[in-house]
Design a binder for this molecule. Structure first.
Ligand SMILES: [Zn+2]
Length: 269
């Protein structure tokens, strides 16, 4: 769908290095400034690292608001790097067709050591339902403390970039206010299929098994952050899962995540 953008394969030392990632993120926002200038703000500290929220300096009320996050799980780096790659390569139209807000790395302590959980052994994408007795992680509490702003940023859609470290195939979780998947889900699945084979079958998810039909887990409500946002009124949410099995090179996964971001913006603008 989009022209191939080069993103080089990185070494594991570069891939999982939070200070290096934040340096490259700052450079990417500097490059994107010619199309759209951003304010980069820390929502809170996790150990020595910040959890950043990035908002356009000029927010156009006539445009839709879309929130894009990466790195809830520290062993799933391609989403965060996909945001860097998107900022480095985005056209003026891609960056300006909606008000795009970013949380590029939610779990910087886990990312830094290639570990799913944070430094306190908490899963940053659990504890948001209130029903299962689990509490949000430190990261999750920071997000909850800023929930009004995040809901405004995600008013027209939330894209949360994940990977599956067991998989060599790709799939997608989506929420739409509909009884079956619509054009947003179909459009994102098409992009995943341009990069990887698509998974169908049983997928364990938080204590239950979900039937992933032709790559799609649809309207599966659980204790995730995205599930909470949808319950609070966000009309569309998508969670692409690129294949992060050790055999799968990081570069292709990052290019796929970059194309998913561009597609989501186009489908929701
Ligand atoms: Zn994940």
């Amino acid at each position: 769908m989009t022209a191939a953008h080069k993103f080089p394969d990185m070494t594991p030392e570069e891939t999982h290095n939070t200070p290096f990632f934040y340096k490259r993120l700052a450079e990417a926002f500097e490059k994107a400034k010619r199309h759209c200038a951003y304010d980069i703000e820390s929502l809170g500290k996790l150990g020595e690292f910040d959890l950043f929220f990035c908002a356009p300096k000029k927010i156009d009320p006539a445009k839709k608001n879309i929130l894009i996050s990466g790195g809830f799980h520290g062993e799933e780096p391609a989403g965060s790097w996909g945001i860097v790659h998107f900022l480095e390569t985005a056209t003026a139209e891609e960056l300006n067709s909606a008000n795009l807000f970013f949380m590029p790395l939610v779990n910087p302590t886990g990312f830094n050591v290639n570990r799913r959980h944070n430094d306190w052994d908490e899963d940053p994408n659990q504890g948001f339902s209130g029903a299962d007795g689990k509490k949000p992680s430190r990261e999750g509490q920071i997000l909850v403390d800023h929930l009004d702003r995040l809901l405004k940023a995600a008013a027209d859609g939330f894209l949360t970039l994940h990977e599956d470290s067991d998989m060599k195939q790709s799939y997608l979780w989506t929420y739409e206010d509909a009884s079956k998947p619509g054009p947003v889900t179909d459009g994102l699945l098409k992009v995943l299929g341009e990069h990887f084979p698509i998974f169908s079958g049983d997928m364990p998810n938080r204590g239950v098994v979900v039937d992933i039909k032709d790559g799609i887990g649809f309207n599966v409500f659980d204790n995730s952050f995205e599930s909470m946002l949808v319950k609070l009124g966000v009309p569309y949410s998508a969670t692409p899962e690129t294949p992060a099995h050790p055999d799968m090179p990081i570069g292709e996964r990052v290019r796929c995540q970059r194309d998913v971001i561009a597609a989501f913006v186009k489908l929701r603008k």
